[in-house]
Design a protein around this ligand. Sequence first.
Ligand SMILES: CC(C)(COP(=O)(O)OP(=O)(O)OC[C@H]1O[C@@H](n2cnc3c(N)ncnc32)[C@H](O)[C@@H]1OP(=O)(O)O)[C@@H](O)C(=O)NCCC(=O)NCCS
Length: 440
Amino acid sequence: MKYEYAAAPLDAVSAERLATQGLDLALVDTSDSEALATWLQAENRGFHGARLPQSKLEVQLPHIAHRRTTGVWDPDSADAASPVATVSTWVMDLTVPGERSIPAWAVTAVSVSPTHRRRGIGRALLEAELRTAASLNVPVAVLTVTEATIYGRYGFGPSVMSADWTIDTTRARWIGPEASGTLSFVEPETMLSDGYDLVQRVRLQSPGQVKFTGILWERLLGVNGDPESTKSLRVVRYDDDEGELQGFAAYRVVEIGEDFTSHRLDLAYLVSATDEAYAGLWHFLLEIDLVSTISAPLRTIDEPLLWQLSDQRAVRRTGVREHLWTRILDVPVALTARRYSAPGIFVLDVSDDLGFADGLFLLTVVADGSASVELLTGEAPDDAAAIALTVDDLGALYLGGVSPITLVRAGRVTELRPGSAASLEASFRSPVTPWLSIWF
Ligand SMILES: CC(C)(COP(=O)(O)OP(=O)(O)OC[C@H]1O[C@@H](n2cnc3c(N)ncnc32)[C@H](O)[C@@H]1OP(=O)(O)O)[C@@H](O)C(=O)NCCC(=O)NCCS
């Protein structure tokens, strides 16, 4: 299904609310590169970035032109052409349990100028985006965040965790399986075309991954308008015994201190379609000479690698944090899009301050893991598990990486019948720990 997200009309409620403060909510004409560059510079300033040089603008502008690009302008500002707030959205596929996808409203670039903060502009923008997504029948919204305190109030819940892994390679000996495929260095540009299909195929294996293109893909391979970062990137590919590409790793090796035998390897990306490719690539990285540390950010919290090393204490898993936030807009569509690990009948009493997901729902999961959802009007079936929860907690549970038992113990989810959280846990749990390997 194609969603006309870029051209969808502005949200009238937020436009009116901002107009009462003398502010204009408007869409940027993304075919006007000067207007788009002005918007992008304002957004970059909002995140304390330096002014973007022409080389970076040239790389970034064509890639963001398809997005819905919204801003707020203050006619009284001395630089009235520059927006005082920004947000950017588009629709992309989100992987859900069962190797399936659901269309998701991706939200990024949420910024309000320090000159205009804490006047409700951020709220007006976020609510406008959610109402626009709902009006286009997009069932969920997603974002990756710089701050964890902002989005719960809009109904987003943290659904995917990530971790930064640091490995002392002088201490960790490989005890995993030997891979029989071939490793080869290639130039990053070759992987732009050869690796893309692989990455998009593999993303279906982990709930939480998204289908990404353009700049989100190219920057993983160093194409970001910064020649220095491109120069130092190394890419090694893994082909199986039949000569099929099954994975690749992109990394930079940086000097630390004066000891030339002790470099750090910064992993930019590692993807593998098979366990064999995973073992082949990690084994290779661990045994590179003159490297003593591997730094691997934004990995899954559940790396098999931990069990492939002689000494688990050679590994530090730091920076464990919520990475993807999910906001359910349409409960029946969202809940029927995924597959479940066990059958069951569930009553979900969902509350949503913004009204999109409010209601009493009956979720029925059958033996093959598929589900149906209806609004519950009469009595709940006697054998149904029943819980009450807010839409942000439903968003947290959605991808199967957060346990309802934990949320009950935390006092966030309420069991309306004893034992309901355990039944829900058995059904909602994802066999693969959710993971999102990029920022967007
Ligand atoms: C976060 C940001 C967009 C908020 O914009 P804003 O216009 O000041 O927000 P609002 O005035 O609409 O406030 C909305 C709510 O968020 C809260 N809030 C705003 N900024 C917050 C922050 N940084 N941390 C926690 N809460 C915040 C407000 O207290 C308010 O709460 P309430 O609705 O419960 O009263 C703005 O501070 C900003 O641009 N920050 C830097 C960039 C950034 O971090 N963007 C988010 C990236 S994921």
